[in-house]
Design a protein around this ligand. Structure first.
Ligand code: ZN
Length: 136
């Protein structure tokens, strides 16, 4: 799949504002971007840790998948996102190997990345995102 690194780790939170002090004051990370992704009904906050990011995900609506995740499993790690050179190619390879896909085609995620999710049923219950920086 040409995975180069972990792009980010997504963490489901009830409130970004309530969690900010932990990330900024305790861990000493700096939140450099807060962005709402309308079609996913989430507000996201990003922190850089080397070349990997932490992405906090706060639901903006009760029918958001993040709201459902928190309801069922509580706050915590939601997904791991791997950077790959081509999401399209990676999806093709995964599908050929029988991996169940959530997204058959790449779509736009936060920060303008091309993203797609693999189904946790095929990934040992870890929701897995593939992403690609469009400029590369
Ligand atoms: Zn993500």
């Amino acid at each position: 799949m040409d995975i180069t690194h972990i792009e980010h780790i997504g963490i489901a939170v009830k409130s970004i504002e309530e969690q900010l002090p932990y990330y900024e004051e305790i861990l000493g990370l700096k939140c450099y971007n807060i962005e709402t992704v309308e079609d996913q009904k989430v507000k996201t906050a990003f922190f850089k840790v080397g070349q990997t990011k932490i992405e906090l995900l706060e639901p903006t609506s009760d029918d958001s998948t993040i709201a459902k995740f928190i309801e069922n499993r509580g706050e915590g790690v939601h997904h791991i996102a791997y950077a790959t050179k081509s999401v399209k190619e990676a999806l093709k390879k995964a599908e050929e190997k029988g991996v169940q896909l959530i997204d058959k085609e790449p779509r736009k995620g936060a920060e303008g990345l091309n993203i797609a999710f693999l189904h946790p049923r095929s990934t040992g219950r870890v929701l897995t995102e593939l992403c690609e920086h469009p400029e590369k």
